[in-house]
Design a protein around this ligand. Structure first.
Ligand code: 5GP
Ligand code: MG
Length: 188
């Protein structure tokens, strides 16, 4: 059966144009703050790929990128409360995290369990600093005390997709961010 991704979206929250201009602003902020620091941008797969691709081009100082794989959601639309991390973290970072200024690039901060786990693992590698850059910050009360140092937008506690964010691996390629119709995932 052919799928029409757009018809599964209840409403658009951030258009392609809004995303583009806000990501540029955040990239400029990072460029100012990290001048002469040669930061390492570490994206959390897979949700951060689209954001990372745009963000890194909005950063106009020397930097490098790396990716780590971490999952909390599986196929569902709510957190499983457990984080799986794939692969060797030192290998993924090129074994060069020590002494580096690391910026974790994440699609959305929800319970913050993912970034709490990942940043804890990274701190064990003795970086010079670890900061968090989130595309979206979900407005929920968190038991984990962790905040985004950089963020593009706040979102309400709704399930959003597009611009890298998926539902069961679909919708990542939508160029905008929208709220997924509840009927699409309520069967789960
Ligand atoms: P946390 O560990 O902060 O609870 O969850 C972070 C991860 O959950 C994100 O990287 C993302 O993969 C997923 N997530 C949380 N909220 C949403 C949402 O509204 N939409 C989508 N597509 N994924 C979400
Ligand atoms: Mg995800």
């Amino acid at each position: 059966m052919e799928k029409n991704m757009n018809k599964d979206i209840e409403r658009i929250l951030f258009s392609e144009e809004q995303l583009k201009s806000r990501v540029k602003e955040v990239g400029a902020e990072i460029s100012r703050d990290y001048k002469d620091k040669n930061p390492l941008l570490v994206g959390i797969l897979k949700g951060s790929v689209v954001f990372m691709a745009d963000l890194m081009r909005a950063v106009d100082i020397p930097c490098q990128i790396a990716f780590l794989s971490a999952r909390s959601y599986g196929l569902k639309a709510s957190s499983s409360g457990k984080i799986d991390m794939d692969g060797d973290i030192e290998y993924a970072l090129g074994a060069h995290a020590q002494g580096r200024h690391i910026i974790l690039v994440e699609d959305i901060l929800d319970t913050a369990l993912t970034l709490y786990t990942v940043s804890g693992r990274i701190r064990e590698l003795n970086p010079a600093s670890v900061k968090i850059c989130a595309l979206l910050d979900k407005q929920v009360s968190r038991s984990i005390d962790l905040h985004a140092d950089y963020k593009c937008f706040d979102v309400e506690n709704e399930f959003v997709v597009g611009y890298g964010l998926d539902y069961a691996q679909d919708y990542r390629n939508l160029p905008y961010i929208g709220v997924l119709k509840r009927e699409v995932y309520s069967a789960d």
